[in-house]
Every structure is written in C-alpha cells, then in structure tokens.
Design a protein around this ligand. Structure first.
Ligand code: A3P
Ligand code: MG
Ligand code: MG
Length: 373
C-alpha cells in the first residue's frame, strides 16, 4: 500500500539548496561495544564477542606523506575467490543484532535514548544522497519495542551493477582489501602478503550518537587503530584506509575532491573516525605513496576547490530524513514494514507500507526471542 502524500521532502529532491542551513547538532560518536567477524567453513561469517580482528596501523615512514613506496596490490589476486556477494545479500542486521543480544545490559542502559538501529553504511549512503546521480536506494524500516531498525535491499541499479561486474571491478575491490592487509602488517612480512586477502575478517565497533534529536545505535567496520595516537578512546583512535588513483593533473584532482573526498568524509565523519590514510596507486595496482588526511580537514580542502559539495547539505538531509522516517513508521513490526525508495533524479522519496511477513522482512526470528526485554 502506498502512503498518500505528503512524501519527503516537501519541495523537490532536485532542489538540494533546501538543506543548506546551519550544520545540525551531532554528538561525537561513542563506542559502546565491539565485535569481530571471521570466515566460517560454509562461506558465511562467524560472530566473536571480542576485538580479535582489530589490527594496528603500520606506517611506512614518518610524516603525513610517505613516498617512494612500492606496494604491489595485485599479489595473491590470481588465487583469490570472492564469496562476499553470497553473504552480503542475506545478512542485513544479523551481527549487529547478535551484539545487542549478547549485551542486554549495555543496550538497556541506552534504550531510552535510542530511536534507530542500523549499520554505518546506511547513514553514509543517506549522507551523500543529495549528490547521488547514479545509485539510489531501498531502505526498509520496522519498529520493535518502540525502536526503529533500518536495513537496505538491492535496487535495480545495484542489481545490474552486480550482474555486470567485470574483472576490472573485482580487481579494484581486491586492491582495496590488499591495501588494508599491507597497512596492518610489518612491511617485511612477505609470507603474509603472498596470501590472498581475507575479506570475511573484520573488526566492528558499535557506536552511539545523536543527530538532531535522533539517537542512533550503529555498527561500523573499522580498518585499524593508530598505535601512535595518545588515546585509548574509541572511535578517536581508529583509522580508515582507502585507495585512490594517482593524481596527475588538475582535472583528476577536481574529480578526487568532487567524488572521492565526499565519500571519504561521509564515511568517516558519521563514525567519528578522525584519520584517513590514502594509498595512491597506478593503473597496475602499485602504490607509490600514502597520505594521511584528517577527516576534519576535508571540508576546507573542498572549499578551496570550488565547493562542489557541502557537508551541511549532506548532514541536514540525513537529519531531516531520519525525522521523517520516525514520523511515518509508527506501527510495530507485527503490523508493518515501511519501505522507502529513492531513485536519482526523482522528485520525492517514496514510502510504501509492506506486510510484516513479506519479502521485505529482514529481522530474523531468533532476534524476536533473544532481544533484551
Ligand atoms: P577502497 O576503499 O580503498 O576502495 P572500506 O574502504 O569501506 O574499508 O572498504 C574496503 C574495501 O572494500 C574498499 O577499498 C573496496 O576495495 C572494497 N569495497 C567496499 N565497498 C565496496 C563496494 N560498494 N563495491 C566494491 N568494492 C567495495
Ligand atoms: Mg573497511
Ligand atoms: Mg577502508
């Protein structure tokens, strides 16, 4: 059943200036827990209620820019088998829910402040929506004991990209994971680097923050921590690792600021991760330099480059959309699942109410039994 108008936003999504107000209030995210994931024999992932997968950043030299490196991201690519697609489609909030089920005391302490539970990736995707011209999304929301749970489903664009994935796409993906492996092991550990990457293994932080009256409990994968930073506090000590193509001319720099830096900023800002280490590579997967980019320096850098995107437009859109979701999604999980859909170029975000036992169901039955009461 489609809900009658009005739908979000009041004016058109094409008018992103409507979000160009003051930056909404956003509390520094705080780590309330963590867990690790590893590979299981059946090519699914295994939950561990500890930080075993958290690794330190291993710098290749002093200072924010390190040059004259020769890191080969292609190593092990020939024997790499990617099973990620297989589990990605079915996991939804599974492991975040497992964390909640393992930590009823922590969850109940926060319960009255939490309005929403989701992965960081959904918040990141929503933040960049005002500038998204090619992806779009489908987000489903259901309410359990007064708290909204949000997860995503594959839309047409995602599906066609998955079905038409080329060897080149797979290579870029492999290079990203390989860079993580290089930056979290000693540089002379040749035995480790000969192995293909294991993209099943990951460390996840569980964060709480408040964006303009919406308290959010969210899980986020963290690439590593900085052993040189003078704090044990999280997420302050976490570091995001990224790869990008070498920048050789102005046009490429513009492109880097317009697109890559927006994604880097959105992903790390929303999780309170202060530092991004970028490995610059050539077309053959050789990284010759790394650069440390503080997350908070990105908006200045972009301002100096013609301001192709604005952080406050991103943040106001996200804050307002979450408030809208809270207004719409009033029924509990046994009555309705709310499906929000947006396609690039569309004027509005559509909302449809689905049946609780439909194909849009994403909360596993075990959670309904095991959730903290
Ligand atoms: P890069 O970020 O260097 O591209 P993350 O950066 O979020 O920690 O993810 C690690 C790597 O996973 C990425 O490295 C990329 O290789 C791969 N990856 C993440 N999201 C992806 C996506 N939507 N499509 C393809 N690869 C992706
Ligand atoms: Mg990561
Ligand atoms: Mg990364």
């Amino acid at each position: 059943m489609a809900l009658g108008a009005p739908i979000f936003p009041r004016s058109s999504m094409r008018d992103i200036q409507q979000f160009d107000g003051g930056f909404p209030s956003f509390s520094q995210p705080q780590e309330v827990g963590c867990f690790s994931l590893s590979r299981r024999d059946d090519q699914r992932r295994q939950y561990h209620d500890d930080a075993r997968a958290l690794k330190p950043l291993v710098r290749r030299g002093p200072g924010p820019v390190v040059t004259h490196l020769n890191i080969n991201l292609d190593q092990g690519m020939d024997v790499f088998i990617d099973h990620k697609q297989e589990y990605k489609m079915t996991e939804h909030l599974e492991f975040l829910l497992q964390w909640i089920a393992h930590h009823p005391t922590e969850f109940n302490k926060l319960r009255s402040k939490i309005q929403m539970v989701c992965w960081r990736g959904k918040l990141h995707e929503l933040l960049t929506t005002p500038y998204d011209r090619q992806n779009g999304w489908i987000l489903c929301v259901c309410k359990i004991d007064g708290i909204l749970y949000m997860s995503s489903f594959e839309n047409r664009n995602h599906e066609s990209r998955r079905l038409s994935e080329t060897k080149k796409d797979r290579t870029f993906m492999y290079w990203g994971f390989k860079f993580e492996q290089y930056m979290t092991n000693q540089p002379d550990d040749e035995k480790e680097f000969r192995k293909p990457v294991d993209n099943f293994e990951s460390f996840q932080t569980v964060l709480f923050s408040r964006l303009k009256n919406t308290g959010i409990l969210y899980g986020a994968e963290m690439d590593c921590y900085d052993p040189e930073v003078g704090t044990e506090k999280a997420p302050d000590r976490y570091v995001e690792l990224k790869t990008a193509r070498n920048i050789e001319n102005n046009r490429q720099y513009q492109n880097f600021c317009n697109h890559k830096l927006m994604k880097f900023w959105a992903q790390s800002f929303i999780a309170g991760v202060p530092l991004i280490v970028v490995g610059f590579r050539n077309d053959y997967g050789r990284v010759s330099s790394t650069e440390e980019i503080p997350t908070q320096s990105i908006s200045r850098r972009v301002r100096e480059n013609g301001q192709p995107w604005l952080p406050n437009i991103c943040a106001n859109f996200l804050a307002d959309f979450l408030l809208f979701v809270r207004q719409i999604a009033v029924e509990e999980y046994d009555k309705a699942i709310y499906r929000f859909e947006w396609n690039p170029g569309a004027e509005k975000i559509a909302c449809t109410v689905e049946a609780p036992d439909s194909a849009w169901k994403f909360i596993p039955d075990w959670y309904m039994e095991a959730r903290p009461k």
